[in-house]
Design a protein around this ligand. Structure first.
Ligand code: FAD
Length: 507
């Protein structure tokens, strides 16, 4: 049977990202029709404002102008994450490290051993951490769209981002859009979904389905009953309190996300051009809601009585099969580990691109493709879980039961345990991450491991290695002083873009 009618259930970030990927890949086929169905009464989750550079390629592929995206989504640049107090504040004092996006190999040369032997803060491997501290934009005015002097991603307003993706998918790829609250689905004898059923009993027939219905995972969970791989024993945070804060028009706009650790989790702080998005993430097993509210109010510097927040429960883990029968799940319907490192939109983007590249033209092809797809996505989820766990299990914080419990790696994968054993003897290299589906690899591990002062045996350095490392560090110092002259302040860059954009488009 040919696949001609494709339904995407859900109009959140996952639904519209998928619509653009699939729409773009199949736009040359005149007999294929894609429809996004979303409920007018069930809101999208509305959080998910931090990204990684992977998103740039997708936006470019969809034909979205970067300037339009930045202006319409109140977006700012993200050059990485500043992790505050992830080491024990009692022994290190108030502390921070950066996980920036630039590659940690100046001119392709690995100076990790030198930095470790000289006890130089690892982020000095490049210049991006300092550019962040200086509050500079990663692009020069003359840089073309989606290219910068330094690597970058974005922070944006999730609702405005979904709206931009929606209008793009409808205009460029002729994706149809329909409102209906779906309550059930009908399946054939083989278990394939044949139609969606709404509240009034009306049926909508399609050949292939994408489940982007958020945490409810209507098709994947309720209809197809795909088992959930629970990761809550390994990753302990399960609740978030969320609040948006108006932004003073002269306030600093940090070109990075701040992630501040606390007794039972961490707090995100994300600058948009119009407001700050913040969230207090915690493990409910180790902190009561009352205590979380008090700590959150303290962080935001407002009286707890004035703190109004949204509370979100997070289901930690992923579906054993992302592709089951004639249905593939995406976004929160597929899984979620937690918001640290902005893995969710990345995995949705990656997965939607993978499906778009391998989109089956028939149900027979779908049955064959699903095995490959599920193997890839299982690997991606497992390794992403490892990377998130890394942030917690190597911390030397001992100031609460939460941090003590995080040291327990009994539920962790053998890959993570083996890698950490190996990294006691030598620093990670590319060959430790041999799959192209390691979305977080040696570069990311280096920043996190050594940002958190992981103890790797220092290897003896040759004279050449020493000299080369010293030379590269001296060049970094020069590059920073050049950058100060070439790069505009983050806020100034965005304001200049907005006024130029408004002049041209009159908006
Ligand atoms: C606390 C928190 C912080 C996060 N921070 C980040 C971050 O910084 N970076 C990041 O990458 N990700 C983050 N995420 C994840 C991010 O929010 C999601 O990846 C993103 O919003 C995609 O969500 P979604 O589209 O899967 O689901 P949703 O946004 O929940 O959308 C679900 C859609 O399905 C529709 N729907 C649901 N049920 C039905 C039904 N029965 N009938 C019809 N339609 C239906 C709804 O109307 C809605 O349109 C965060 C998540 C949480 C919980």
């Amino acid at each position: 049977m040919k696949i001609k009618r494709i339904a995407i259930l859900g109009g959140g970030t996952a639904g519209w990202l998928s619509a653009n990927h699939i729409g773009h890949a199949l736009s040359h086929l005149s007999d294929v029709e894609i429809t996004v169905i979303e409920s007018a009464t069930i809101d999208a989750i509305g959080v998910g404002e931090g990204t990684v550079p992977y998103i740039q390629n997708s936006l470019k592929r969809f034909g979205i102008s970067e300037a339009e995206f930045l202006v319409k989504c109140d977006a700012t640049f993200k050059q990485g994450i500043k992790f505050v107090d992830w080491l024990n504040p009692d022994t290190h004092g108030s502390n921070y490290y950066y996980h920036p996006f630039d590659e940690p190999f100046a001119q392709g040369y690995d100076i990790t051993n030198y930095l470790l032997s000289e006890r130089i803060k690892f982020e000095n491997v490049g210049i991006q951490a300092q550019i962040c501290e200086l509050g500079l934009a990663p692009k020069q005015k003359s840089d073309v769209e989606y290219q910068g002097s330094l690597a970058y991603a974005y922070h944006f307003d999730a609702a405005k981002f979904a709206a931009l993706l929606a209008s793009n998918a409808k205009e460029k790829f002729f994706v149809k859009h329909q409102f209906a609250t779906i309550v059930d689905a009908k399946c054939d004898e083989q278990g394939n979904i044949v139609s969606l059923v709404d509240e009034q009993g009306q049926q909508f027939e399609f050949d292939f389905y994408l489940d982007c219905s958020g945490f409810s995972a209507l098709l994947t969970d309720k209809v197809l009953k795909v088992p959930f791989v629970d990761k809550s024993e390994e990753l302990l945070v399960d609740t978030a309190l969320v609040k948006q804060i108006p932004l003073d028009e002269n306030a600093q706009l940090p070109p990075y996300t701040t992630a501040t650790a606390h007794k039972a989790g961490w707090i995100w702080d994300i600058p948009l051009t119009t407001r700050r998005g913040t969230g207090f993430v915690y493990a409910s097993q180790y902190m009561s809601e009352e205590e979380a509210r008090a700590n959150y109010a303290d962080y935001l510097n407002i009286p707890v009585a004035d703190l109004s927040v949204r509370k979100l429960d997070m289901k930690v883990g992923f579906r054993e099969l992302c592709w089951s029968k004639n249905c593939v799940s995406f976004g929160l319907a597929q899984g979620f580990v937690e918001p640290l490192e902005a893995t969710s939109i990345l995995l949705t983007d990656f997965c939607a691109e993978l499906l778009a590249k391998n989109f089956p033209r028939s149900i027979e092809e779908s049955n064959t493709m699903s095995t490959y797809f599920n193997d890839v996505m299982k690997y991606v989820w497992e390794r992403t879980t490892d990377f998130i766990k890394l942030h917690y299990c190597i911390s030397d914080r001992v100031d609460s039961d939460f941090w003590q419990a995080n040291r327990d790696m009994s539920a962790s994968s053998s890959e993570l345990k083996q890698r950490l054993c190996k990294f006691k003897f030598r620093a990670p290299t590319q060959s430790d991450f041999f799959s192209r589906f390691d979305l977080f690899d040696h570069k990311n591990f280096l920043y996190v491991l050594y940002g958190m002062e992981f103890n790797t045996e220092v290897k003896e350095l040759s004279d050449t290695e020493k000299q080369m490392s010293q030379q590269l560090l001296a060049q970094n110092a020069q590059m920073i002083s050049n950058a100060k002259e070439r790069l505009l302040g983050h806020r100034r860059w965005l304001e200049a873009l907005k006024s130029a954009y408004q002049k041209i488009h009159g908006e």
